[in-house]
Design a protein around this ligand. Structure first.
Ligand code: PGA
Ligand code: ZN
Length: 423
């Protein structure tokens, strides 16, 4: 039977910060439903695909009724009657209908909602889980990069780096990674309350604690102590997201850090020193989104995984250009940075062709939709970053991965061991 899109409906729902976002239903043959929510970033890159938001007073300008009107008035009429399993053709039609290079007219939020909901609807119509619809050989359960101390734009403290994470590469299964994660998180809660008082155990946007810390080393020392007390030291290495685009001062060309202004050279020296003290295996956005030289040097000189978030923006053109220069060796993969599923899949494929790692990522403004869990298994990426394993919009992703691990049974493989000697 032909699987045809018979209707597309978009609505305004709320993300975890309480801000409006787009939810889309794609209906196949008048009965099968695919639904997807669109997340939103806060520490965004300048080169991301553009959302459409309403402006004006309602929701402080963040409403998405214009984006939704675009789905009703333009996208739904254009896609009705088309085969839902033609993901690439559907995405190309969306890109052509929008007509701008960065999806600014109809909005990456509207377009991505339709693109993801179509994939969900197709998988539902074919009665396969989304990860299998994407890839018949999907089987890799990712190592979670658990974000336990929040700073930067995600917290109300003065810690400049955005994410301080544990990476339980030594777990045998994803389920065990969650058990380890719980033990460390609870130890860290106790340490933070003892040192900074109970108010310091409040959490930031991604569920990590947001204590009143300024120094990078102090944040790391607390996490290392928590890991030591948990008894899981042998199974855990560490990761950072410096989100350095937001530390960069364009006037001086330097980076704000701990009361100093650092050149690219000086910041690189800071990282080298950190690596002497801590078993950090992955650093995301160590330099700003257009500091290509910084990325090249970090990749050559630090000898660990250097992940580009704002730096690549999940954009195939940027990956092609910058990977060729040796800038970075891993892609942070955020579907809403590029705005359609097939372009995001192209970005991952390109990354693999350059022997890059791929880390699938949430946004700080998530909903309870766990679609990235199916996607990370679908592309066998082996790494996921979706905050601490607390708060419903984060646990939704981890819980979906627990289900997938159970579904895959002996066909599933936890990616952990692959990261014992990264790059
Ligand atoms: P964002 O942050 O979703 O606020 O952009 C996530 C990240 O920088 O990785
Ligand atoms: Zn980032």
């Amino acid at each position: 039977m032909e699987l045809k899109i018979t209707n597309i409906v978009a609505r305004e729902v709320l993300d975890c910060r309480g801000n409006p976002t787009v939810q889309v239903d794609v209906v196949v043959n008048d009965e099968i439903l695919g639904r997807a929510d669109v997340p939103a970033g806060k520490s965004t890159g300048a080169h991301e695909a553009q959302e459409v938001r309403d402006g004006g007073k309602r929701f402080g300008g963040l409403g998405v009724q214009k984006a939704i009107a675009g789905v009703a008035e333009e996208i739904a009429p254009a896609l009705r009657g088309r085969r839902v399993t033609d993901q690439r053709a559907l995405d190309q039609a969306l890109i052509a209908l929008d007509g701008t290079p960065n999806k600014a007219r109809l909005g990456a939020n509207a377009i991505l909602g339709v693109s993801l909901a179509a994939a969900r609807a197709a998988a539902a119509a074919l009665r396969v889980p989304l990860y299998k619809y994407i890839n018949v050989n999907a089987h890799v359960l990712p190592v979670p990069l658990l974000n336990y101390i929040n700073g930067g734009k995600h917290a109300s403290n003065d810690l400049e780096f955005q994410e301080f994470c544990i990476f339980p590469v030594g777990a045998e299964t994803f389920k065990e990674a969650m058990e380890i994660g719980w033990a460390v998180y609870e130890e860290l809660r106790t340490i933070i309350i003892d040192k900074y008082g109970k108010i310091a155990a409040n959490v930031g946007d991604e569920g990590g604690f947001a204590p009143p810390i300024v120094k990078v080393r102090e944040a790391l020392d607390n996490i290392l102590l928590a890991v030591k007390r948990s008894g899981y030291e042998e199974k855990i290495v560490y990761g950072l997201d410096c989100a350095a685009t937001h530390l960069y001062d364009p006037e001086t060309g330097k980076y704000h850090l701990e009361g100093n202004l650092l050149s690219t050279d000086e910041l690189l020296a800071f990282y080298k020193d950190l690596l002497k003290s801590y078993p950090i295996v992955t650093i995301e956005d160590p330099f700003s989104e257009d500091d290509v030289d910084g990325f090249v040097r970090a990749t050559q000189e630090l000898g660990i995984q250097i992940v580009g978030d704002d730096f690549f923006c999940t954009n195939p053109a940027r990956i092609k250009e910058r990977a060729a220069l040796g800038a970075g060796n891993a892609l942070l993969w955020k579907v809403n940075q590029i705005g359609t599923l097939s372009e995001a899949l192209d970005a991952a494929e390109l990354a693999y062709r350059h022997s890059f790692g791929v880390m699938v990522s949430e946004r700080s403004g998530e909903t309870e939709d766990p679609i990235i869990s199916d996607l990370v298994v679908g592309i066998n990426a082996g790494q996921i970053k979706t905050g601490a394993a607390v708060r419903g919009e984060r646990t939704a992703k981890y819980n979906r991965l627990l289900q997938i691990e159970e579904e895959l049974g002996s066909c599933g493989a936890y990616a952990g061991g692959n990261f014992k000697t990264p790059f």
